[in-house]
Design a protein around this ligand. Structure first.
Ligand SMILES: [Zn+2]
Length: 430
């Protein structure tokens, strides 16, 4: 994976500490090693990266109490903005653990998360970080600032982002990074944006913001601020290489130009977009403009191969063309997610199997039944490996799953039982 994709057969990969030490033909490896993993019948790949996630949505699974919603704004009001107000720090901790355990099973080792818990903000990012470290994965975290619960809460959101970014800058933990989270352009007033930009200045960070996810975001910004969403973000200096604009379903060519000029990353979340019936982001148009578009799941799944396949089918359907967007779609997961993540995890280097890079490595069951090399690897990734099972997951050099058995410091069943107890209480409060 990565820009110079290669398929190497008869090779081995040596991990030392939390880094990949050497990749070379088997015969060059001599001597004794603490642990040897046989990768026969398996594809060895970098752990996947999920570039837009919401751990906090975990406890919504099966919740039938939300009123039916006819559009995206109703989904927010009837479900998400009712749920997040009721979250405690304990909910946040377990809501993070559960998807991370599933992620180990699916081979996803890095997350870029966007958190909301407006009545339990302070300490929420630290709580998520604790869960990420407990499972042994990697995440870039932010708190989604908005004005929907009044100024006191928006001020607390600004402080949570700024304090956590400062802490990450100081501690330089290779597993935990931070961004400045903004909910979306239609929920943040100019004054709050100014405060956020001021709080972020000098922190060498970027922003993570939902951008033109639904047409209503554009309509609101044009009506109230006489600016389209991306133009308004730009006018505040929010765009840039470290900034992530999630979705970008409803942006026009001029907004694409702005994203390209500022080298801002876009993250595509096709399953969420289908689920919320908001539309389909135009990946080929964005790629043509030179925008780095990655792949996220918006919490619909932690299985990046499932999301990749969904991205492919919706691209074809949107264009009514079964040949549309193959490279643009594959590049999101196979090339661009590493580029985007390495703007934050650059000191480790993730998403590519490369000497000196993070030892985030997965082994996927696969006996290729058609020719298999770098010229057609993307086809295998989507149509073949995309249906395979992850056998082994290694993150930061630690084996977290082997032979499909979890080797974590925590017990999945116990974590699920604890989360269930909390979910029952949360659903009563909902
Ligand atoms: Zn989202």
């Amino acid at each position: 994976m990565g820009e110079k994709n290669k398929v190497l057969t008869g090779h081995s990969l040596l991990i030392e500490g939390d880094k990949i030490k050497k990749i070379a033909p088997d015969k060059t490896f001599k001597g004794k090693y603490d642990q040897v993993i046989d990768a026969h019948g398996k594809v060895v790949m970098p752990g996947f990266i999920n570039a837009h996630m919401h751990f906090y949505s975990t406890q919504v699974c099966g919740l039938g109490k939300a009123a039916p919603s006819k559009d995206f704004n109703q989904v927010l009001k009837n479900l998400w903005w009712r749920l997040d107000k009721k979250l405690t720090l304990e909910d946040t901790y377990y809501s993070t653990l559960m998807p991370l355990i599933t992620a180990v099973k699916k081979g996803t080792t890095t997350f870029i998360d966007h958190h909301a818990s407006p009545f339990a903000i302070t300490g929420s990012l630290e709580t998520i970080a604790k869960a990420v470290k407990k499972v042994g994965l990697r995440a870039s975290l932010c708190y989604e600032l908005s004005d929907r619960d009044g100024q006191k809460i928006s001020d607390e959101g600004i402080a949570e982002n700024a304090n956590f970014i400062k802490k990450c800058n100081k501690e330089k933990d290779p597993q935990i990074k931070a961004l400045f989270g903004l909910h979306a352009s239609f929920t943040i007033k100019d004054k709050t944006r100014e405060k956020a930009v001021e709080a972020a200045s000098g922190l060498k960070t970027g922003f993570h913001v939902h951008t033109a996810e639904a047409e209503s975001d554009q309509a609101y910004n044009v009506k109230n601020f006489k600016k389209r969403v991306v133009n308004r973000l730009n006018s505040f200096g929010i765009l840039g290489p470290k900034t992530i604009c999630a979705h970008c379903v409803h942006i026009n060519p001029k907004e694409m130009d702005l994203l390209a000029e500022t080298n801002t990353a876009v993250v595509h979340n096709p399953q969420s977009n289908m689920n919320n019936a908001v539309g389909v982001a135009n990946l080929p148009a964005m790629a043509k403009k030179g925008i780095t578009v990655g792949l996220g799941t918006d919490a619909m799944t932690v299985n990046m191969l499932e999301e990749l396949r969904a991205a492919m089918w919706i691209r074809h359907l949107a264009d009514k063309n079964p040949g549309s967007g193959f490279m643009e779609v594959l590049s999101t997961l196979a090339i661009n997610n590493a580029k985007i993540a390495n703007r934050h995890f650059g000191d480790s280097g993730v998403g590519i199997l490369k000497e000196g890079f993070a030892a985030d490595v997965i082994l996927v069951d696969y006996f290729p039944w058609t020719p298999f090399d770098e010229t057609n690897f993307f086809g295998h990734l989507c149509f073949g490996i995309g249906n395979s099972t992850v056998d082994t997951t290694i993150a930061s050099g630690k084996v977290l799953m082997q032979n499909k058995k979890l080797k974590l410091d925590i017990d999945e069943e116990k974590v699920a039982a604890e989360t269930l107890k909390l979910s029952k209480k949360l659903w009563e409060r909902f």
